[in-house]
Design a protein around this ligand. Structure first.
Ligand SMILES: [Fe+2]
Length: 319
Protein backbone atom coordinates (compact mmCIF):
# COMPACT_ATOMS: atom_id res chain seq x y z
CA UNK A 1 0.00 0.00 0.00
CA UNK A 2 1.48 3.35 -0.97
CA UNK A 3 0.50 6.63 0.63
CA UNK A 4 1.80 10.18 0.19
CA UNK A 5 4.03 11.30 3.06
CA UNK A 6 2.11 14.52 3.50
CA UNK A 7 -1.23 12.74 3.70
CA UNK A 8 -0.14 9.90 5.99
CA UNK A 9 0.24 11.39 9.45
CA UNK A 10 -0.40 8.07 11.20
CA UNK A 11 2.49 6.45 9.42
CA UNK A 12 4.92 8.66 11.36
CA UNK A 13 4.14 6.67 14.51
CA UNK A 14 4.96 3.30 12.98
CA UNK A 15 8.03 1.38 14.23
CA UNK A 16 11.15 2.07 12.23
CA UNK A 17 11.24 -1.51 10.99
CA UNK A 18 7.80 -1.11 9.42
CA UNK A 19 8.61 2.06 7.48
CA UNK A 20 10.93 2.01 4.49
CA UNK A 21 11.61 5.43 2.96
CA UNK A 22 13.17 3.90 -0.12
CA UNK A 23 14.17 0.55 -1.45
CA UNK A 24 17.29 -0.83 0.26
CA UNK A 25 20.28 0.69 -1.51
CA UNK A 26 22.26 -2.53 -1.47
CA UNK A 27 19.57 -4.74 -2.97
CA UNK A 28 20.55 -6.90 -5.90
CA UNK A 29 18.92 -6.57 -9.33
CA UNK A 30 16.17 -9.12 -9.81
CA UNK A 31 15.40 -9.46 -6.08
CA UNK A 32 11.90 -8.69 -4.72
CA UNK A 33 12.83 -5.41 -3.02
CA UNK A 34 9.93 -2.95 -3.59
CA UNK A 35 10.61 0.07 -5.75
CA UNK A 36 9.12 2.99 -3.83
CA UNK A 37 9.33 6.62 -4.94
CA UNK A 38 11.22 8.75 -2.36
CA UNK A 39 8.17 10.91 -1.54
CA UNK A 40 6.12 7.91 -0.42
CA UNK A 41 6.32 5.58 2.55
CA UNK A 42 5.42 1.91 2.66
CA UNK A 43 2.68 1.10 5.21
CA UNK A 44 2.21 -2.63 5.81
CA UNK A 45 -1.31 -3.98 6.03
CA UNK A 46 -2.55 -4.27 9.63
CA UNK A 47 -3.11 -7.88 10.77
CA UNK A 48 -6.81 -8.85 10.93
CA UNK A 49 -8.45 -8.30 14.31
CA UNK A 50 -9.70 -11.64 15.69
CA UNK A 51 -13.42 -11.66 16.62
CA UNK A 52 -14.17 -11.12 20.29
CA UNK A 53 -14.82 -14.39 22.09
CA UNK A 54 -18.00 -13.94 24.12
CA UNK A 55 -17.85 -17.40 25.68
CA UNK A 56 -14.57 -19.33 25.83
CA UNK A 57 -14.46 -22.63 23.96
CA UNK A 58 -14.78 -25.83 25.97
CA UNK A 59 -11.09 -26.68 25.81
CA UNK A 60 -10.22 -23.61 27.87
CA UNK A 61 -9.54 -24.05 31.60
CA UNK A 62 -9.70 -27.15 33.76
CA UNK A 63 -12.69 -29.01 35.15
CA UNK A 64 -15.10 -26.92 33.11
CA UNK A 65 -14.03 -23.76 34.95
CA UNK A 66 -12.73 -20.88 32.91
CA UNK A 67 -11.56 -17.33 33.50
CA UNK A 68 -13.94 -14.86 31.89
CA UNK A 69 -13.03 -11.51 30.34
CA UNK A 70 -13.53 -9.61 33.59
CA UNK A 71 -11.14 -11.92 35.41
CA UNK A 72 -13.96 -13.79 37.20
CA UNK A 73 -14.04 -17.57 37.19
CA UNK A 74 -17.04 -19.11 35.45
CA UNK A 75 -18.39 -22.60 34.76
CA UNK A 76 -18.33 -23.92 31.21
CA UNK A 77 -20.96 -26.63 30.77
CA UNK A 78 -21.20 -29.01 27.82
CA UNK A 79 -24.03 -27.85 25.59
CA UNK A 80 -26.09 -29.03 22.63
CA UNK A 81 -28.19 -26.66 20.52
CA UNK A 82 -31.12 -28.12 18.56
CA UNK A 83 -32.53 -26.36 15.51
CA UNK A 84 -36.00 -27.82 14.80
CA UNK A 85 -37.71 -28.01 11.40
CA UNK A 86 -37.16 -24.80 9.38
CA UNK A 87 -39.06 -25.91 6.24
CA UNK A 88 -37.40 -23.28 4.07
CA UNK A 89 -38.82 -22.70 0.62
CA UNK A 90 -38.99 -19.86 -1.86
CA UNK A 91 -40.68 -16.74 -0.55
CA UNK A 92 -40.69 -17.46 3.20
CA UNK A 93 -38.92 -15.16 5.68
CA UNK A 94 -35.50 -16.33 6.87
CA UNK A 95 -34.29 -13.47 9.07
CA UNK A 96 -34.81 -15.65 12.16
CA UNK A 97 -31.94 -17.85 10.97
CA UNK A 98 -29.65 -14.87 11.46
CA UNK A 99 -30.96 -14.53 15.03
CA UNK A 100 -30.27 -18.22 15.63
CA UNK A 101 -26.78 -17.83 14.17
CA UNK A 102 -26.07 -14.90 16.46
CA UNK A 103 -27.27 -16.92 19.45
CA UNK A 104 -24.87 -19.70 18.46
CA UNK A 105 -22.04 -17.17 18.09
CA UNK A 106 -22.71 -15.78 21.56
CA UNK A 107 -23.20 -19.11 23.40
CA UNK A 108 -20.88 -21.35 21.39
CA UNK A 109 -22.58 -24.73 21.99
CA UNK A 110 -20.29 -27.74 21.66
CA UNK A 111 -22.77 -29.58 19.43
CA UNK A 112 -25.34 -28.14 17.01
CA UNK A 113 -28.05 -30.50 15.79
CA UNK A 114 -30.21 -29.50 12.82
CA UNK A 115 -33.00 -32.02 13.24
CA UNK A 116 -34.06 -32.20 9.57
CA UNK A 117 -36.68 -30.72 7.23
CA UNK A 118 -34.47 -27.66 6.97
CA UNK A 119 -35.43 -27.63 3.28
CA UNK A 120 -39.14 -27.94 2.52
CA UNK A 121 -38.79 -29.13 -1.12
CA UNK A 122 -42.42 -28.35 -2.12
CA UNK A 123 -41.69 -29.04 -5.81
CA UNK A 124 -41.37 -32.75 -4.94
CA UNK A 125 -44.41 -32.95 -2.67
CA UNK A 126 -46.79 -35.76 -3.47
CA UNK A 127 -49.33 -34.40 -0.98
CA UNK A 128 -50.67 -31.58 -3.13
CA UNK A 129 -49.42 -32.52 -6.59
CA UNK A 130 -51.93 -31.42 -9.23
CA UNK A 131 -53.64 -28.97 -6.88
CA UNK A 132 -53.82 -25.23 -7.43
CA UNK A 133 -51.22 -24.58 -4.72
CA UNK A 134 -48.68 -26.66 -6.65
CA UNK A 135 -48.50 -24.28 -9.61
CA UNK A 136 -45.15 -22.59 -10.23
CA UNK A 137 -43.03 -24.83 -8.03
CA UNK A 138 -39.52 -25.53 -9.31
CA UNK A 139 -36.80 -27.86 -7.98
CA UNK A 140 -34.04 -25.33 -8.65
CA UNK A 141 -35.90 -22.69 -6.65
CA UNK A 142 -36.26 -25.07 -3.70
CA UNK A 143 -32.53 -25.82 -3.77
CA UNK A 144 -31.58 -22.16 -4.09
CA UNK A 145 -33.85 -21.18 -1.18
CA UNK A 146 -32.35 -23.89 1.06
CA UNK A 147 -28.74 -23.04 0.21
CA UNK A 148 -29.30 -19.32 0.70
CA UNK A 149 -30.99 -19.90 4.06
CA UNK A 150 -28.23 -22.26 5.22
CA UNK A 151 -25.67 -19.64 4.31
CA UNK A 152 -27.60 -17.08 6.35
CA UNK A 153 -27.81 -19.44 9.35
CA UNK A 154 -24.16 -20.51 9.49
CA UNK A 155 -22.51 -17.22 8.47
CA UNK A 156 -22.64 -15.90 12.04
CA UNK A 157 -20.44 -18.60 13.55
CA UNK A 158 -18.49 -20.42 10.86
CA UNK A 159 -15.56 -17.96 10.81
CA UNK A 160 -15.12 -17.52 14.57
CA UNK A 161 -11.55 -18.31 15.59
CA UNK A 162 -11.14 -21.31 17.92
CA UNK A 163 -14.80 -22.30 17.55
CA UNK A 164 -15.40 -25.57 15.71
CA UNK A 165 -18.59 -27.17 17.03
CA UNK A 166 -19.70 -30.61 15.94
CA UNK A 167 -22.49 -29.86 13.44
CA UNK A 168 -24.91 -32.76 12.96
CA UNK A 169 -27.80 -32.71 10.48
CA UNK A 170 -30.31 -35.56 10.53
CA UNK A 171 -32.18 -35.47 7.23
CA UNK A 172 -35.98 -35.24 7.37
CA UNK A 173 -38.78 -36.59 5.22
CA UNK A 174 -38.89 -33.33 3.23
CA UNK A 175 -35.25 -33.71 2.15
CA UNK A 176 -35.94 -37.40 1.60
CA UNK A 177 -38.35 -36.33 -1.14
CA UNK A 178 -35.25 -35.97 -3.35
CA UNK A 179 -34.22 -39.58 -2.74
CA UNK A 180 -37.76 -40.85 -3.34
CA UNK A 181 -38.09 -38.83 -6.55
CA UNK A 182 -35.04 -40.62 -7.95
CA UNK A 183 -36.30 -44.00 -6.76
CA UNK A 184 -39.65 -43.36 -8.45
CA UNK A 185 -38.09 -42.14 -11.71
CA UNK A 186 -34.70 -43.73 -12.42
CA UNK A 187 -34.20 -41.32 -15.31
CA UNK A 188 -33.40 -38.66 -12.68
CA UNK A 189 -30.44 -40.62 -11.27
CA UNK A 190 -27.34 -38.48 -11.61
CA UNK A 191 -29.43 -35.45 -12.53
CA UNK A 192 -30.64 -34.55 -9.02
CA UNK A 193 -29.62 -35.73 -5.56
CA UNK A 194 -29.20 -34.79 -1.91
CA UNK A 195 -25.82 -33.31 -2.79
CA UNK A 196 -27.70 -30.45 -4.48
CA UNK A 197 -28.50 -29.11 -1.00
CA UNK A 198 -24.73 -28.86 -0.32
CA UNK A 199 -25.23 -29.23 3.43
CA UNK A 200 -21.72 -30.69 3.85
CA UNK A 201 -20.16 -27.61 2.33
CA UNK A 202 -21.51 -25.56 5.23
CA UNK A 203 -19.80 -27.87 7.74
CA UNK A 204 -22.63 -30.30 8.53
CA UNK A 205 -22.11 -33.98 9.20
CA UNK A 206 -25.16 -35.28 7.32
CA UNK A 207 -27.02 -38.43 8.44
CA UNK A 208 -29.63 -40.32 6.39
CA UNK A 209 -33.36 -39.90 7.04
CA UNK A 210 -34.37 -41.81 10.22
CA UNK A 211 -30.82 -42.78 11.17
CA UNK A 212 -30.40 -42.43 14.94
CA UNK A 213 -27.35 -40.43 16.02
CA UNK A 214 -26.19 -40.85 19.62
CA UNK A 215 -24.23 -37.96 21.11
CA UNK A 216 -23.27 -37.79 24.78
CA UNK A 217 -25.98 -40.34 25.66
CA UNK A 218 -28.79 -38.52 23.80
CA UNK A 219 -30.43 -40.03 20.70
CA UNK A 220 -31.27 -37.71 17.83
CA UNK A 221 -33.31 -38.39 14.70
CA UNK A 222 -35.82 -36.47 12.60
CA UNK A 223 -38.40 -38.73 14.22
CA UNK A 224 -38.54 -42.07 15.98
CA UNK A 225 -40.92 -44.79 14.94
CA UNK A 226 -43.14 -47.16 16.86
CA UNK A 227 -44.89 -50.30 15.72
CA UNK A 228 -44.41 -52.35 12.58
CA UNK A 229 -45.81 -49.63 10.30
CA UNK A 230 -42.94 -47.29 11.11
CA UNK A 231 -45.20 -44.41 12.08
CA UNK A 232 -43.75 -41.57 14.18
CA UNK A 233 -44.29 -41.85 17.93
CA UNK A 234 -47.23 -39.70 19.00
CA UNK A 235 -45.90 -38.07 22.17
CA UNK A 236 -42.75 -37.41 24.16
CA UNK A 237 -43.93 -39.94 26.74
CA UNK A 238 -44.24 -42.56 23.99
CA UNK A 239 -40.76 -41.63 22.76
CA UNK A 240 -39.34 -42.12 26.25
CA UNK A 241 -41.02 -45.54 26.50
CA UNK A 242 -39.89 -46.60 23.02
CA UNK A 243 -36.24 -45.55 23.26
CA UNK A 244 -35.62 -46.08 26.99
CA UNK A 245 -33.11 -43.24 26.90
CA UNK A 246 -32.99 -39.48 26.41
CA UNK A 247 -34.05 -38.60 22.86
CA UNK A 248 -34.89 -35.54 20.77
CA UNK A 249 -36.88 -35.38 17.53
CA UNK A 250 -38.59 -32.84 15.26
CA UNK A 251 -41.15 -33.46 12.50
CA UNK A 252 -44.44 -33.06 14.38
CA UNK A 253 -44.59 -29.23 14.81
CA UNK A 254 -45.69 -29.64 18.42
CA UNK A 255 -43.46 -29.09 21.44
CA UNK A 256 -43.62 -31.82 24.05
CA UNK A 257 -41.37 -33.06 26.84
CA UNK A 258 -41.42 -36.08 29.12
CA UNK A 259 -39.25 -36.76 32.17
CA UNK A 260 -38.62 -40.25 33.51
CA UNK A 261 -39.01 -40.11 37.30
CA UNK A 262 -36.28 -42.66 38.09
CA UNK A 263 -33.71 -42.66 35.27
CA UNK A 264 -33.89 -38.84 34.81
CA UNK A 265 -33.97 -39.41 31.05
CA UNK A 266 -35.79 -36.75 29.04
CA UNK A 267 -37.60 -36.99 25.69
CA UNK A 268 -38.32 -33.86 23.66
CA UNK A 269 -40.40 -32.96 20.62
CA UNK A 270 -38.49 -29.84 19.55
CA UNK A 271 -41.27 -27.84 17.83
CA UNK A 272 -40.54 -25.65 14.80
CA UNK A 273 -38.05 -22.97 13.80
CA UNK A 274 -39.86 -20.95 11.16
CA UNK A 275 -41.86 -17.71 11.01
CA UNK A 276 -44.30 -18.50 8.21
CA UNK A 277 -47.53 -20.47 8.39
CA UNK A 278 -47.92 -23.72 6.48
CA UNK A 279 -51.10 -23.80 4.44
CA UNK A 280 -51.51 -27.57 4.85
CA UNK A 281 -51.78 -27.17 8.64
CA UNK A 282 -55.03 -25.21 8.33
CA UNK A 283 -56.34 -22.29 10.37
CA UNK A 284 -55.63 -23.90 13.75
CA UNK A 285 -52.56 -26.01 13.02
CA UNK A 286 -50.05 -23.17 12.86
CA UNK A 287 -50.39 -22.15 16.49
CA UNK A 288 -47.28 -24.00 17.65
CA UNK A 289 -44.15 -22.89 19.51
CA UNK A 290 -41.41 -21.54 17.25
CA UNK A 291 -38.05 -21.92 18.88
CA UNK A 292 -34.65 -23.47 19.29
CA UNK A 293 -33.73 -25.75 22.18
CA UNK A 294 -30.53 -25.54 24.20
CA UNK A 295 -29.37 -28.40 26.41
CA UNK A 296 -27.05 -27.29 29.20
CA UNK A 297 -25.00 -29.52 31.53
CA UNK A 298 -25.07 -32.43 29.07
CA UNK A 299 -23.64 -35.50 30.77
CA UNK A 300 -24.30 -39.09 29.69
CA UNK A 301 -27.92 -38.59 28.64
CA UNK A 302 -28.79 -36.08 31.36
CA UNK A 303 -29.15 -32.34 30.74
CA UNK A 304 -30.91 -29.09 31.65
CA UNK A 305 -33.20 -28.11 28.74
CA UNK A 306 -33.98 -24.51 27.79
CA UNK A 307 -36.64 -23.64 25.20
CA UNK A 308 -35.76 -20.34 23.52
CA UNK A 309 -38.56 -18.75 21.48
CA UNK A 310 -37.98 -16.99 18.17
CA UNK A 311 -39.85 -14.05 19.75
CA UNK A 312 -37.05 -13.75 22.34
CA UNK A 313 -34.35 -14.15 19.68
CA UNK A 314 -35.97 -11.36 17.67
CA UNK A 315 -35.92 -9.01 20.66
CA UNK A 316 -32.34 -9.99 21.49
CA UNK A 317 -30.80 -10.10 18.01
CA UNK A 318 -33.32 -8.62 15.54
CA UNK A 319 -32.53 -5.26 13.99
FE1 LIG B 1 -40.73 -34.09 8.94
Amino acid sequence: MLRSKSATVASQALPAAAVHETAPTGSLPGRDAPTIPPDHVYVPHAPPVPPKQLVPPLNFGEGGRVVLDAGQRGIRSRTHLIIPDCQVHEGVPTEHLEWVGKYVASKRPDVIVCIGDFADMPSLSSYDKGKKAFEGRRYVNDIEAARSAMDRLTAEWRNIANYTPRMVLTLGNHEDRITRAVEDAAILEGAIGLHDLAYESFGWEVHPFLEVVNIDGISYSHYFTSGVMGRPVASAAALLRTRQCSAVMGHTQITDAAFHPRTQNIAIFAGTCYLHDEEYLGLQGNNQRRQIVMLYEVDNGHFDPLFISLAYLKRRFGS
